[in-house]
Write a protein that binds this ligand. Structure first.
Ligand code: NAD
Ligand code: UDP
Length: 331
């Protein structure tokens, strides 16, 4: 089976290429290198001992997508490509709507033309908005998204539902990721945010390595275990394996799965675990809440276990160790 992985040189896409290769899928990658580097390809080849075909094309160019489908007998598409920075999406909404929606529509139109109807989409827990209960199950309504990035995810989910309603020979899997963190244990691939990170784990690493002075913890007065925000952190390798299971085991139709551990961890718990596992200090101060943040959310991952046979295997300690290992390997 030949799989087109869009955004396959990015953080989650690259780890998924490794797991797909391990499971003996044939892989074609398309990535315009907007948020990734070409040398990731060599690293993927080093980890897997396999070679991959890379198209350095922008998915907003439909003719280029057609070229890929003409040259390769694609059986399924895993669609990671897109812009993902929440803050930037608030400042540059048109850029986000344009890239995330046009690339997806182009891809789906070309898939339709070439009769390729198996599609796995990178969605996000952000589509739950402000959930009524911290534990999110897939049958909860999509909530009010709080930024253009999140809205592109909710819109694409809706587009895919409409597409499936029009033609139920499509097989569509929406994977709602919780908080992907960590890195491959080889230290060769991981997350490389540009500039000052927005997300907690990359920020912790910059502080631990002395590149930033201290972590600002956004609020300690939430109704949580220690007052700091609670999230469901998932090791990127576990997340990558979820995609392999989705390709292998998703039933017919349109299906939605949460990919998370099912366990909430507070900011302070994550900081403390990071310090302990890696024997480093993470300086921090408590500051005001970050606008738009919710107190607590975590996945109910039971559907993914029941239908895909997937659950997380790595611990929060594995996450902290592998993330730090990658940070140090990168120098
Ligand atoms: P990433 O930025 O590391 O990877 C995305 C890749 O897509 C990059 O390599 C980028 O160069 C490429 N790309 C972007 N626009 C493109 C275009 N028009 N044509 C071709 N390539 C293009 O991001 P990631 O963290 O690996 O996330 C992958 C997907 O998962 C994204 O859709 C993201 O929104 C979604 N997601 C990520 C998180 C997270 O916390 N990382 C959480 C939930 C959902
Ligand atoms: N957070 C923090 N300081 C930071 C970044 C994040 O205290 O510099 C907190 C944030 O308030 C939230 C948690 O860490 O409770 C996870 O934030 P992140 O941005 O990584 O993920 P998201 O909020 O999108 O789930």
């Amino acid at each position: 089976m030949k799989i087109l992985v869009t955004g396959g040189l990015g953080f989650i896409g690259s780890h998924t290429v490794v797991e797909l290769a391990k499971a003996n899928f044939e892989i074609v990658i398309v990535d315009n290198l907007y948020n990734s580097k070409e040398d990731v390809l060599e690293k993927l080849e080093k980890i897997t001992g396999k070679k991959f075909k890379l198209y350095k094309y922008d998915l907003c160019n439909k003719e280029k997508i057609e070229e890929i489908f003409k040259e390769n007998q694609i059986d399924a598409v895993i669609h990671f490509a897109g812009y993902k920075a929440v803050g930037e999406s608030v400042r540059e909404p048109l850029m986000y709507y344009s890239n995330n929606l046009i690339s997806t529509l182009n891809l789906l139109e070309v898939m339709k033309k070439y009769n390729v109807k198996k599609f796995v989409f990178s969605s996000s827990a952000t589509v739950y908005g402000e959930p009524k209960t911290p534990k999110c199950t897939e049958n909860m309504n999509r909530g009010e998204t709080t930024n253009p990035y999140g809205t592109t995810k909710a819109m694409i989910e809706k587009i895919l539902e409409d597409l499936y309603a029009s033609d139920n020979s499509w097989n569509i899997t929406l994977l709602r990721y919780f908080n992907p963190v960590g890195a491959h244990e080889s230290g060769l691939i991981g997350e490389e945010p540009n500039g000052i990170p927005n997300n907690l784990m990359p920020y912790i690493m910059k502080v631990a390595s002395g590149k930033l002075e201290k972590l600002n913890i956004f609020g300690n007065d939430y109704p949580t275990i220690d007052g700091t925000g609670v999230r469901d952190y998932i090791h990127v390798v576990d997340l990558a394996k979820g995609h392999v299971k989705a390709i292998q085991n998703a039933p017919d139709g349109l299906n939605i799965y949460n990919l998370g551990s099912g366990k909430g961890i507070s900011v302070l718990e994550l900081v403390t675990t990071f310090e302990k596992v890696n024997n480093v200090k993470v300086n921090y101060q408590i500051v005001d809440r970050r606008p738009g943040d919710i107190a607590e959310n975590y996945a109910d991952p039971s559907e993914a276990l029941k239908e895909l046979g997937w659950k997380t295997e790595k611990s929060i300690e594995d996450i902290c160790r592998d993330a730090w290992n990658y940070e140090n390997a990168e120098g």
